[in-house]
Design a protein around this ligand. Structure first.
Ligand code: NAP
Length: 477
């Protein structure tokens, strides 16, 4: 593809570096080869850690306004290269171009937000307990940060980490997912143009287990920010223990989407479409189980299934497509096995669930009704365009069903009853709750989960905290 930002080398210490071995990167829509990236060796990962360590003092000592100015230049460059970034993203990830453009804008909004927050990283003066003492709290950058990110939001998940890291005065080494490294490298190319100094942002590609092991074992790396599966998150948590790193973990979800009898039906259907089928169902905050109260159940299922049948499926670069291909064959096989398991245990397929003829991994979005907690699609994170519908009678049943999962990232509820909106929000074990909306993410609000969905929050005025340490100063008069 003709994209000057499509870089096939890694970015270490301000220089573009290749290596003897390469990894192929293919378009999930047709398996066409898009390019290659280096399969770096251990020595290269250590060069990246060294580069980040050397760049740290110079970057940390800059004024917040200086760092903010660099980030704002990066923000501007992302927006002025929006079309190119979006086409790279769709080519390597598969999502519809309209969603890719939204992701670039969303990612850029984090760069802008933390550029602004950099200037508000206030310390504290604490009223002293002793007359001859004064007590101050400074906020300082954590140091060298490592970031490991997934393929489902290849731009935004990185922007959410490099923005607060750079704003706080940290330097960072990013390891993007193997399937989607080009969006990360394109961001590095823009960061270089924006004037991010050499070594402040490094992007490395290669064997995930080796890179993860080197980054987590290094005493120089003081923080790991990981977005991905709970399984790998737990492994990295363990690997970070010997060096007591600060950790942010944005892990998997199993969001309940609860529709009460008194809900606005049209709004609930629109919310469920948005919360379920964005990125072909491959988002961590996707509605995973749709819980519908008895009185509205049949009307909801009929209206929702009609709306689902109307969603155009196809290549992300075709006009009007709403549901693109799944990321790989494993994801496609998993979707088929989740549907087969549910049907075997008595669920009914109301819509979709078929592979598009002639396509590698595109599916008509599926709706199942009569789903129970025993079925795999209710227990596991689906990560595919499949909407399982479960039925409930009372509010207490909805709460019990909703919380019956080790995950706790997002939850949604549709009800016009104001008291119930508060009651449910307080009762649901989730980091984020959408009330009468299927869209819950913005740079201004804290994003993150409870239980096995992770640690820490990205975005909002709290997002900088994960990249800063508090230092207390006692001053004797
Ligand atoms: P994943 O398999 O955990 O991979 C995520 C990242 O970890 C990739 O860069 C991967 O590299 C790397 N990785 C894999 N094995 C590793 C190891 N042993 N050591 C170090 N790094 C390793 O997750 P995924 O399938 O790509 O992403 C989907 C998951 O991410 C879902 O569970 C989703 O819910 C979660 N997610 C959470 C959020 C959130 O904010 N909570 C946001 C988006 C996604 P390779 O690609 O090179 O294998």
């Amino acid at each position: 593809m003709d994209a000057p930002l499509l870089r096939q080398e890694c970015f270490i210490g301000g220089t573009w570096q290749s290596g003897p071995d390469q990894l192929d990167v293919c378009n999930p829509a047709d398996d066409a080869l898009l390019g290659t990236v280096p399969l770096l060796d251990k020595a290269s990962i250590h060069r990246a850690i060294d580069a980040a360590e050397q760049a740290l003092p110079g970057w940390a000592v800059r004024t917040a306004a200086d760092r903010a100015a660099v980030l704002m230049r990066l923000h501007g460059l992302m927006l002025s290269h929006l079309e190119e970034l979006a086409s790279i993203l769709t080519a390597e990830q598969g999502k519809p171009l309209a969603e890719a453009r939204d992701e670039i804008r969303y990612g850029a909004s984090y760069i802008e937000w933390f550029a602004e927050e950099a200037k508000r990283a206030y310390g504290e003066i604490i009223p002293s307990p002793a007359a001859d003492r004064r007590l101050f709290v400074l906020r300082q950058p954590v140091g060298v940060v490592a970031a490991i990110t997934p393929w489902n939001f290849p731009c935004a998940m990185i922007a959410r980490k490099i923005a607060p890291a750079l704003a706080a005065g940290c330097t960072i080494i990013v390891k993007p997912a193997e399937q989607t490294p080009f969006s990360a490298l394109a961001l590095a190319a823009l960061a270089e143009q924006a004037g991010v100094p050499p070594g402040v942002l490094n992007v490395v590609t290669g064997d995930a287990a080796m890179i993860g092991a080197e980054l987590t074992a290094s005493p120089v790396v003081r923080k790991l920010s990981f977005t991905g599966s709970t399984r790998i998150g737990a492994l990295l948590y363990e690997q970070c223990a010997p060096t007591i790193k600060k950790l942010s973990l944005e892990l998997g979800g199993n969001a309940p989407f609860i529709v009460f009898d008194d809900a606005d039906l049209d709004a609930a259907v629109a919310g469920a479409i948005a919360a379920k089928f964005r990125n072909a169902g491959q988002t961590c905050v996707c509605a995973n189980r749709i819980l519908v109260q008895d009185g509205i159940h049949d009307r909801f299922v009929a209206a929702f299934a009609d709306a689902v049948r109307a969603l155009p499926v196809g290549r992300g670069d075709c006009d009007g497509v709403r549901v693109g291909p799944l990321i790989d064959d494993r994801a496609a096989a998993r979707l088929e096995s989740l549907i087969a398991d549910a049907l075997e245990q008595g669920a009914e397929l109301v819509a979709g669930g078929e592979r598009l003829p002639g396509s590698l991994r595109m599916f008509t979005p599926a709706v199942l009704q009569g789903v129970t907690s025993k079925m795999l699609c209710a227990q596991d994170e689906i990560f595919a365009p499949l909407a399982p519908i479960m039925r409930f009678a009372r509010e207490a049943d909805a709460i019990a069903l909703a919380n019956d999962t080790p995950a706790g990232l997002a939850a949604y509820l549709f009800t016009r009853d104001a008291a119930r909106q508060w009651r449910m929000t307080e009762a649901l074990e989730a980091g984020m709750v959408g009330v009468n909306t299927g869209a819950i993410s913005s740079a201004v609000s804290p994003f993150g989960g409870v239980k096995l969905s992770g640690l820490g929050r990205e975005g909002s005025r709290h997002g900088l905290d994960d990249y800063m340490e508090l230092k207390t100063m006692w001053l004797a008069a």
